[in-house]
Design a protein around this ligand. Structure first.
Ligand SMILES: O=P(O)(O)OC[C@@]1(O)O[C@H](CO)[C@@H](O)[C@@H]1O
Length: 411
């Protein structure tokens, strides 16, 4: 790679090389200082993957695999806390013990539970590898877990979870016996994939979905994104958690430098997750469906026209959940929108009338933000470190703030 210019990608046998090269051609002769960010960063990862694809023995090698597993290991306290909660929740949802609560109280409790599970899944995105480089082990613990989530609730700037819940409840009551699918367009592996699976298992057990389709990436992408192999590696880690933590770095060692063993109860709760998710996968309720489109050079405005089969597939879903910052930027065409532009508008061809119901769960790590109330951006900019009048939207860079936005493309 030359220091200042882009060269066309070498054909490695995958059809998306032509898309990258066509876009490069349309950009003229960009250099790294004047190329649109979205193209440049996607190109970088796609280019790296050509080196491996064209090698003799490293074709499926993921240079980031080790880092991804290590974020999961660093998240031990939150993993254990959530594993205990999950087991209790699934046992409760699957038991037929009649409740002493009124239907109204049950309805309110279910709504609250849905929000809590989605928020766990949302904040799992706050600790991706790009931000972790600046965080200590203790910082990571502070960003995860129930206490942290309570504090973070007020940092969700727009929260459309009630609308998403109403939609899933409505389809549940109109098609109680029919297939009702929820899709998750994944973001990061490790802890974030763990919380995505928590959400998936909960939606199935609560009857809000009968099938979950997970959409990982097909090539190592933005360092920590999920590849199909990361799903297997997470399940393997849970299959023998004692060995995982025993063999891992100092982070899980006590003051004498000995690995802190898991208690029998912790092992049994993690084994429950392993068995539950493996069974859902074997029985076809939890499937993994990669598509080259997700690692293309452009935004998701292209999806209906460039990937019509994928668009048609997503129309068959009751709800498509997009995780994380990059998916959000691609949904919004990565444009410098005014922050008050409605989310539904920023989705372009993926918006109203597309037939696709979108829910974005996104902690903000970049300037692209839409759907905020008037004055909100200015208020956040005026806070300490928010960017002030520099013009930079600094408040939106750290993952501290989040947006949860819904668009009913079937309406
Ligand atoms: O998609 P994610 O994991 O939430 O975040 C990805 C990210 O770290 O990568 C990009 C910069 O490289 C930014 O858009 C964003 O901060």
């Amino acid at each position: 790679m030359k220091a200042d210019s882009f060269s066309p990608l070498t054909d490695d046998g995958r059809q998306d090389v032509a898309d990258y090269n066509r876009d490069l051609n349309a950009l003229g002769s960009p250099i790294w200082f004047n190329v649109p960010w979205l193209y440049a960063e996607c190109y970088l990862y796609r280019r790296m993957s050509t080196f491996f694809a064209l090698s003799a023995h490293w074709k499926s090698y993921d240079v980031f695999a080790r880092q991804k597993l290590s974020t999961f290991i660093s998240s031990r306290p939150a993993v254990l806390e959530l594993a205990a909660k999950y087991k209790q929740l699934i046992d409760q949802l699957q038991s037929n013990v009649p409740s002493s609560k009124s239907p109204e109280e049950i309805g309110d409790a279910e709504k609250l539970l849905f929000s809590e599970m989605c928020e766990i899944c949302l904040w799992g995105n706050a600790t991706d590898l790009s931000l972790l480089t600046a965080l200590t082990y203790d910082d990571i613990q502070k960003l995860q877990g129930a206490e942290a989530r309570k504090v973070q609730e007020k940092n969700i700037l727009v929260n459309d979870l009630p609308a998403a819940y109403r939609t899933l409840k409505a389809t549940q009551s109109t098609q109680p016996k029919g297939e009702r699918r929820v899709d998750i367009v994944l973001d990061n592996a490790g802890f974030e994939l763990f919380v995505d699976l928590i959400l998936a298992g909960y939606l199935l057990a609560a009857g809000l979905a009968t099938q979950i389709v997970l959409h990982p990436k097909s090539i190592p992408w933005f360092v920590s994104d999920v590849l199909p192999a990361d799903f297997a590696s997470l399940l393997n880690a849970l299959a023998d958690p004692q060995a995982l933590y025993a063999a891992s770095s100092d982070k899980n060692k006590d003051h004498d430098g000995e690995p802190t063993p898991l208690s029998d109860r912790e092992v049994s709760e993690l084994s429950f997750l392993f068995e539950h998710w493996s069974r859902l996968h074997q029985e076809g309720q939890l499937t993994i469906r990669p598509n080259l489109f997700w690692t293309g050079p452009g935004s998701y405005w292209r999806l209906p026209s460039s990937a019509p089969d994928l668009a048609q597939d997503l129309r068959e879903s009751e709800l498509v959940i997009f995780k994380g910052d990059l998916n959000y930027r691609k949904l919004a065409g990565d444009a410098m929108w005014s922050t008050t532009v409605p989310f539904t508008h920023a989705l372009g061809p993926m918006g109203p009338g597309s037939g696709i119901r979108t829910l974005a769960l996104r902690t903000c790590k970049a300037d692209t933000v839409v759907g905020l109330p008037a004055g909100q951006d200015e208020r956040l900019k005026s806070m300490e470190g928010g960017g002030g009048d520099t013009g930079a939207r600094k408040w939106a860079w750290s993952g501290k703030w989040a947006v949860v936005q819904f668009c009913d493309g079937k309406a």
